[in-house]
Write a protein that binds this ligand. Structure first.
Ligand SMILES: NC(=O)c1ccc[n+]([C@@H]2O[C@H](COP(=O)([O-])OP(=O)(O)OC[C@H]3O[C@@H](n4cnc5c(N)ncnc54)[C@H](OP(=O)(O)O)[C@@H]3O)[C@@H](O)[C@H]2O)c1
Length: 254
């Protein structure tokens, strides 16, 4: 058995058209997987597919809005119809609305929770029957340092990312009997569109991340290629319900 070989496997990645999602997509593509890039922005979807194909792998894009149940269900159904299988689901799409807790409207709260957490539930729910029937599957959920810590500007985001870890553990225990592994990755501070917006809003963020991260740098999307391959491949077949930090030591520092 090839521990890190993903040849012949099909991976759906929500938010796979940029940032951490694209970093994971390229890693899995280089390991042999066919990638379904699932995002809202058609131009970003196309550019991501081109980049993955340029790396020598097969890829296609599916337009999805993970805020909509029907769209999540169609994404999974369409991916299976096009490729005949679904081996790996990466629940990576996510947003943040940065505000003090008392400033959120209920609609804003729901937008963050639905984008980050409910979407992962819906896509996993839709993928499960196919993975069960196939006798194997890998679900990878993207958490955050906010799965572990709090911050004044992250009430809804932290709730969603804390929930992501607990949902991961619950699904892992339910689906272990079906040979489906469910794990979470908790990124530290990574240079992407999401955190570029955060740096615009919080002027001290850039330097405080450098000071607070033992590795002394921001992470980059490529830092997620290896962990994605590990959690998608046979190498992790007895790893389930784990929440693995990829943070340059951020969460280890007291
Ligand atoms: N960057 C960090 O430091 C950091 C740290 C911890 C966790 N994370 C998590 O990592 C994940 C990826 O974030 P990123 O940093 O790579 O930022 P990003 O580049 O902004 O990626 C977010 C992705 O989510 C997609 N998305 C958002 N809402 C969607 C919706 N309703 N339907 C479909 N797709 C949607 C976006 O696609 P479109 O552009 O097409 O809408 C985009 O591809 C998120 O879950 C984030 O919370 C990031």
């Amino acid at each position: 058995m090839e521990l890190f070989d993903l040849s012949g496997r099909v991976a759906v990645i929500t938010g796979g058209n940029g940032g951490i999602g694209l970093g994971m997509a390229l890693g899995m593509a280089r390991a042999g997987a066919t990638i379904v890039v699932a995002g809202r922005d058609a131009a970003k979807n196309r550019a991501a597919v081109e980049q993955i194909e340029a790396a020598g792998a097969k890829a296609c894009a599916v337009a999805v809005d993970v805020l909509k149940e029907e769209s999540c269900r169609k994404l999974i159904a369409q991916s299976i119809e096009s490729h005949g299988r679904l081996d790996i689901l990466v629940n990576n799409a996510g947003i943040n609305i940065r505000k003090q807790p008392e400033q959120y409207t209920l609609a804003e709260w729901h937008t963050v929770l639905d984008s980050n957490l409910t979407s992962a539930f819906l896509c996993s729910h839709a993928a499960y029957p196919h993975m069960k029937q196939a006798g194997a599957g890998k679900v990878i959920n993207i958490g955050s340092m906010m799965s572990l810590f709090g911050a004044p500007f992250a009430t809804a985001y932290a709730a969603s990312k804390g929930g992501m870890v607990q949902m991961t553990k619950a699904m892992a225990t339910a689906w272990a009997k079906d040979n489906i592994q469910v794990n979470a990755i908790l990124p530290g501070w990574i240079d992407t569109a999401l955190t570029r917006r955060a740096r615009e809003q919080i002027s001290t963020l850039h330097d405080s991340v450098l000071r607070r991260t033992p590795a002394g740098r921001w992470g980059v999307p490529d830092d997620f290629a290896g962990i994605a391959v590990f959690l998608a491949a046979a190498a992790s077949d007895f790893v389930t319900g784990a929440a693995i930090t990829v943070d340059g030591g951020y969460s280890a520092l007291g």
